[in-house]
Design a protein around this ligand. Structure first.
Ligand SMILES: C=CC1=C(C)c2cc3[nH]c(cc4nc(cc5[nH]c(cc1n2)c(C)c5CCC(=O)O)C(CCC(=O)O)=C4C)c(C)c3C=C
Ligand SMILES: [Fe+2]
Ligand SMILES: [Fe+2]
Length: 348
C-alpha cells in the first residue's frame, strides 16, 4: 500500500474532530538571519545565535558576562552596518532568506507530481522558526516530515543544532509526525558536479584566468574538531573531489576557512591570511568560492566578495572574483531535489 493512502483511516465518524493527514512534509532549514538591520533586530538575532551551546561551547559562567557585557552591546551595530551593505532592498530582507524561500518554492514545483508532498522552509535562528513550521506542516496533515538541514558538510554547530531544535519541537507534541533527517551530502556526485560546473562557467565568463582558486569554508574552533566533529574531514573531501572533477593540481584549488570569531584557534589555513599572503607573494589573479554555503549571505557577499577582495587589492593583487553559491540556480536545485528524492524513498 502507498504509505500516504489514507482511504482506510479517512472514514471517521461524523462526531469525530476534524484531522488532516496523509501528507509528507519536506522542511528545508538554513541558519537564519536578522529580520532587519536595525540594532534591536540584530541584537535579538545575535542573542539567539550566540546563546546556543552548540555554537559557543564555553562554560556559561565564563561566556555570558562577555556576551551580555560586551558582544551584544557592540556587535549588533557593527554587524548591522555590514548587513545593510548586502541587504536585498527589493524584498527588504537578507539574500539568505530570499534564496531559502525560492529554494522551497522551486522544490515544491519539482515535487508537485508526487502525491501529497508539501515543501516548506524555516530558519534555526530568527524567523520563521523550526517549531512554527513543523506545527504548520503537522496541521496541514503531514504525518511524515523530512528535515533537511541545508549544510553539505556536517558540523555540530550547524546540523546538530537544527536537529536538536526540531526534536525539541516534537517534545511538545502529543501526536508527533515521523521525522527523518537528511544526511550531509559533501561527497555526493551531483553536488560536486554542480560546484565544478559553477566554477568552469564562471571562469569562462572572465577575460582573465585565476592562478589560484580558493574553496573557502566557514570555520569552526579547532577544539571542536579535536573533540570529534567531522566537519574538517567533510570540507577536505569536498575539496579533493572537486579538484578531481576539475582535473586540477592541489596548488590550483586550495582549501581555506573563514569567519573566525573570538580568541581561540580555528581551523586553518585562514581565508583572510591566505588572500593577503598570495597577493604579497605575487599571485595577481584569484577566484574564491564558498562550497559550504547553500546560499549567498553575509559571510560570502560581505566577508569574501567585499572584504577579501579589498584586502587582495591592497596587498598588490590585480583581479579578484567571487563565484556565487549555488543558490536557486538550476544546478543547485538539482542537488536539493536529488537529496530529497533519495531520502524520501519508501515514503513516495
Ligand atoms: C562563534 C561561533 C560560530 C561558529 C562555530 C559558526 C559556525 C558556522 N556558521 C556557519 C554559517 C553561517 N554563519 C553565519 C553568520 C555568523 N556566524 C557566527 C558565528 C559562528 N558560526 C556569527 C556570530 C554570525 C553572525 C554574523 C556575525 O556576527 O559575524 C552565516 C550568515 C547568516 C546571514 O544572515 O547572512 C552563515 C550562513 C557554518 C556553515 C558554520 C560551521 C560549519
Ligand atoms: Fe557562522
Ligand atoms: Fe580530517
Amino acid at each position: 500500500m502507498n504509505p500516504t493512502d489514507t482511504t482506510i483511516t479517512r472514514h471517521l465518524p461524523p462526531e469525530h474532530p476534524a484531522v488532516a493527514f496523509g501528507k509528507i512534509g519536506v522542511l528545508l532549514v538554513n541558519l537564519g538571519t536578522p529580520d532587519g538591520t536595525d540594532y534591536t533586530s540584530m541584537r535579538r538575532y545575535l542573542r539567539e545565535f550566540l546563546t546556543d551551546k552548540r555554537v559557543i561551547e564555553w562554560p556559561r559562567a565564563y561566556w555570558y558576562p562577555i556576551l551580555f557585557g560586551i558582544v551584544l552591546n557592540t556587535r549588533p551595530g557593527k554587524v548591522g552596518k555590514a548587513y545593510e551593505m548586502i541587504w536585498n532592498k527589493d524584498q527588504d530582507e537578507s539574500y539568505l532568506r530570499t534564496y531559502t524561500r525560492n529554494q522551497s518554492d522551486l522544490l515544491g514545483k519539482m515535487l508537485a507530481a508526487e502525491d501529497g508532498v508539501v515543501v516548506d522552509w524555516a530558519m534555526r535562528y530568527g524567523t520563521p522558526s523550526i517549531e512554527e513550521r513543523i506545527n504548520a506542516l503537522k496541521d496541514a496533515g503531514c504525518e511524515r516530515i523530512l528535515l533537511f538541514p541545508l549544510y553539505p558538510q556536517y558540523a555540530a554547530s550547524t546540523t546538530a543544532t537544527v536537529n536538536d531544535k526540531a526534536f525539541e519541537a516534537l517534545m511538545k507534541m502529543r501526536w508527533q509526525p515521523a521525522l527523518r533527517v537528511a544526511p550531509p551530502y559533501h561527497d555526493d556526485p551531483v553536488y560536486i558536479e554542480a560546484l565544478g560546473k559553477s566554477i568552469t562557467s564562471h571562469l569562462a565568463s572572465l577575460d582573465w584566468e585565476p592562478e589560484v582558486v580558493l574553496a573557502s569554508f566557514h570555520g569552526i574552533p579547532k577544539s571542536y574538531f579535536e573533540k570529534g566533529d567531522p566537519y574538517h574531514c567533510h570540507c577536505q573531501k569536498t575539496t579533493r573531489l572537486l579538484r578531481e572533477y576539475l582535473g586540477w593540481p592541489e596548488d590550483r584549488l586550495k582549501i581555506t576557512f573563514q569567519s573566525r570569531f573570538g580568541p581561540e584557534e580555528w581551523l586553518q589555513p585562514y581565508t583572510d591570511e591566505t588572500v593577503e599572503t598570495l597577493a604579497r607573494q605575487g599571485v595577481r589573479n584569484i577566484a574564491v568560492l564558498n562550497p559550504g554555503f547553500v546560499s549567498d549571505c553575509l559571510e560570502t557577499l560581505e566577508e569574501i566578495a567585499e572584504q577579501a577582495m579589498e584586502s587582495f587589492h591592497e596587498n598588490g593583487g590585480e583581479n579578484f572574483t567571487h563565484i556565487a553559491c549555488l543558490n536557486d540556480s538550476e544546478d543547485g536545485m538539482k542537488v536539493l531535489e536529488t537529496v530529497v528524492r533519495r531520502e524520501l524513498q519508501g515514503w513516495i
